[in-house]
Write a protein that binds this ligand. Structure first.
Ligand code: 3PG
Length: 215
């Protein structure tokens, strides 16, 4: 699948606009990183959120960054400035956080990482916006109000764009993606743990390819 050229320095909008879904990935075996990344790229998905939830996550980012140049490795679950720094050193080109703090926002700026900070309330949107972040992750999207919440936010926060994540699935993704303030969604369904354990890379490619039909 032909993917368009990306600028060397990405913005958070570049990250969000590349595909309808950002896969949320949990890897427990470093040997899965490269074939998994290739499988997603083969299905047209190259913005990969590798969550910092396992001891091998940074190593996985490093492997993808070095060995799969057609993918863009990002770090998810970035909760501290130290994690932002470690992610950038490992080769991550963007960051996603489950919440927002000024310290994490500043660390990502310092290390050149476009950040999608997580928000679930109006006050959090205002704090993130004040710090210069207008492209945000709505997390946990279904639990915190789903599409109705995004519709309500579109009035006061007319200049903010969202990537809803958390409880988003192939069944409800279209409803989110049809909203004008939603650019993409995030979800873990593209990289099921059983597919990783079985090294079933074609299944991951097929799940990624199916995302093109969501638009
Ligand atoms: C997460 O951070 O785990 C994401 O929100 C993924 O949630 P999901 O498993 O509901 O897609």
């Amino acid at each position: 699948m032909a993917l368009k050229n990306l600028p060397l320095t990405l913005t958070s909008l570049d990250v969000m606009q590349d595909a309808p879904v950002i896969p949320v990935i949990v890897l427990s075996d470093v040997n899965h990183a490269v074939p998994m990344a290739r499988a997603l790229v083969a299905g047209g998905i190259r913005m990969l959120e590798v969550t910092l939830r396992t001891p091998v996550a940074l190593q996985c980012i490093e492997r993808i960054a070095k060995e799969v140049p057609e993918a863009v490795a990002g770090a998810g679950t970035v909760r501290t400035p130290a994690e932002a720094q470690a992610a950038a050193r490992a080769g991550a080109r963007f960051a996603v956080s489950p919440g927002f703090t000024n310290a994490v926002g500043q660390a990502c700026k310092d290390h050149g990482l476009p950040l999608l900070p997580g928000v679930a309330t109006g006050s959090e949107i205002m704090m993130a916006s004040e710090a210069g972040f207008k492209e945000l992750k709505f997390f946990p999207a279904m639990q915190a109000g789903g599409p109705a919440m995004l519709k309500a936010w579109s009035g006061p926060f007319f200049d903010v764009k969202f990537c809803p994540t958390g409880g988003v699935s192939v069944q409800n993704a279209k409803e989110f993606l049809s909203l004008p303030n939603v650019v993409c969604v995030g979800g873990s369904w593209l990289v099921p743990n059983d597919a990783l354990q079985a090294a079933d890379w074609p299944r991951i490619t097929q799940l990624a390819s199916a995302c093109q039909e969501l638009l």
